[in-house]
Ligand binder design. Structure first.
Ligand SMILES: Nc1ncnc2c1ncn2[C@@H]1O[C@H](COP(=O)(O)OP(=O)(O)O)[C@@H](O)[C@H]1O
Ligand SMILES: [Mg+2]
Length: 304
């Protein structure tokens, strides 16, 4: 653990240096072409991660982006269920080298693609170096897409945390419920303690709010506490109304953006995506991200 924390501090330091230097200084020129990797996570389950992931993907697709949703929720195959699909293969088959990532990628009728995650991500850290490199290279074949949204499981498995820490944007979802807020704060606190998080793209979404004012007050409180006690910068990305259209869509196993594109929740997701699109980080895709994590490739190890 100690060792891992040290490694991650180093990663975050380098991440910070990279973003400070911009694309100008180093010769990693291809960076701009790579996918933007957005993780969606929460402290507590059932707060709306999968709904946000899938509908955010649709909203990005509507403004012309190529989007992949990756299901890394280990508990239930949520993304599949939400889209009424049953993918045959998942990342596990890629790790076992039985399938390529292209072979497990499934197109949906909504203009987005999905990758079923199974227990894929939790295994990255346990792989030997060669297998890991192969796996990262596989993942990286997806990086010529515009956006990859990773729907992570709730809570704090350390591998998921590593992933969140290295992503271009880490979206934390909470609801106004005290238990959800407490758990969201819990995960933020772990991130702040384990990683050098000041420059991390941590973003907050308040889901199931009664309205803008309630959401804003939840967000303000969390941002203040995070700043004051954890010295961590948290950006408020926006809120989503508590809206029966969401439940109805879930029951029909379709995204609410499809069933009811004009409902309050859909409009909110659109706003969130517009805001994200205006604030693009410099992206390096999976290879860049995971190299930051593992420092494993000699060819990129120069001048850390
Ligand atoms: N904005 C919302 N309005 C109303 N109900 C919601 C909203 N977001 C989520 N829900 C409800 O919460 C349930 C859990 O959402 P889900 O996205 O599966 O959460 P998670 O992925 O975090 O476990 C949904 O099935 C839906 O009934
Ligand atoms: Mg889920």
């Amino acid at each position: 653990m100690e060792d891992q924390a040290e490694k991650l501090r180093e990663i975050m330091k380098r991440k910070k240096e990279n973003s400070a230097a911009g694309s100008a200084s180093k010769s990693n020129v291809k960076a701009v072409d790579k996918a933007r990797i957005i993780t969606v996570t929460s402290g507590k389950g059932g707060v709306g991660k999968t709904n946000l992931s899938v509908n955010m993907a649709l909203a990005f697709a509507r403004i012309g982006k190529k989007v992949i949703v990756m299901d890394a929720d280990l508990g239930l195959a949520n993304v599949n269920v939400m889209l009424n699909m049953i993918p045959k293969y998942n990342l596990y088959h890629v790790i076992k080298k039985q399938k390529t990532i292209r072979e497990i990628l499934v197109e949906t009728e909504y203009g987005i693609s999905i990758v079923a995650g199974a227990s894929g991500f939790s295994q990255i850290a346990n792989m030997n170096e060669e297998d890991r490199k192969d796996f990262i290279a596989e993942l990286d074949t997806l990086s010529n897409t515009d956006i990859i949204i990773v729907d992570t499981s709730a809570g704090v498995s350390s591998n998921v945390l590593d992933f969140i820490a290295a992503a271009d944007d880490a979206v934390i979802v909470t609801t106004p419920e005290p238990t959800a807020i407490t758990d969201a704060y819990g995960i933020i606190k772990i991130i702040a303690t384990e990683y050098d998080s000041l420059n991390m793209g941590l973003k907050l979404v308040v889901n199931r709010a009664r309205g803008a004012a309630q959401a804003k007050s939840v967000a303000d409180r969390m941002i203040n506490i995070a700043g004051q006690f954890l010295n961590l910068k948290l950006d408020y990305l926006g809120f989503i109304y508590d809206d029966v259209s969401v439940q109805n869509a879930v029951l029909r196993q379709k995204p609410f953006m499809v069933v009811d594109p004009k409902c309050k929740a859909s409009i909110c997701v659109q706003h969130i995506v517009e805001r994200m699109d205006r604030n693009k980080p410099i992206t390096t895709g999976f290879s860049g991200m995971l190299k930051r994590l593992f420092k494993s490739s000699p060819e990129t190890g120069r001048g850390a």
